[in-house]
Design a protein around this ligand. Sequence first.
Ligand code: ADP
Ligand code: MG
Length: 315
Amino acid sequence: MAEEFELIAEWANLACPNDSVLLGIGDDAALLRGCRTCGDQPGSRLLAATDLIAEGTHFEIPPATPEQAGRKALAVNLSDIAAMAGRPTSALVSLLLPRTRGAEFARRAMQGLEELAGEFEVALVGGDTNIWDGPFVINVTVIGHPTGDGAILRSGARAGDHLFVTGQLGGSRSGRHLTFLPRVNEALLLRQKVDLHAMIDLSDGLSRDVRHLVASASLGVRIEAGAVPIHPDVPEELARPERLEHALHDGEDFELLFALDPDDGERLLSEPPFAAAITRIGEVTGESGSILLLDEHGEPSELLPRAYEHRFTAP
Ligand code: ADP
Ligand code: MG
């Protein structure tokens, strides 16, 4: 039984890079030179990210409307550009439409997408439209560019960094996964205000995504259970430990998780540059591969991922 991440790791080795590739498979977006011989001016660099969402897996219609499905397809991609502290500029959109649903359904999906594109001044520059007998599938590719001195990678965290998240986590599946506003503007403000060492957007749940921040270096993390901000979408009537489980594992939060020097972190908390909450949830350690959750007494336990992962069940 192969898992999504194992397959992607195989493909990363096959990726036939050329001189245009500054960062290929493995981060939230690829970082490219404008051309193979364009030199190294940051202004000529491009970010590219693509994500596909499918009816039955990432949304159901109803309760989602076609507009919301189209909007989500763009929003998840904008979130990946935000994770690199990039500015999105254009998008290509491919629709695989159920034969039974007709042109008005397609128009409505594109309307939802265009509305969000307008909010971020993202130009729709191409795509593809096809019909089949399966459910609705929509793929978006977003192009953008890095800002400041360059893109912020998943891999730049250092031992001693403090870890922060924007917003609150958990309960997204009750509706927020369709309506969230990707943290593009917040990421650009963070880029200006502090020296971001590493950043990722939370799509698969904090417990899974935090691993990407410490994957390639000899690093670990300690997350303080009591500090994790729990979204009001997680039912209030649940006991605190159960609410925390939602915040750690649900996924589709599309908030930013980032690592900063502690001094920068203090500055950020004392002068927040935007309205969304910023919370310090833990720190990066030099203990390789040690992903720990500290309870209210400071007792550590291993934080294991429990988020949804695409698994293939065919032989
Ligand atoms: P995210 O949750 O940020 O969208 P994913 O987990 O989907 O990231 O993907 C992880 C990395 O693997 C990304 O760099 C992505 O571009 C790459 N990737 C995923 N699927 C493929 C594929 N079929 N071919 C090449 N690269 C892929
Ligand atoms: Mg991502």
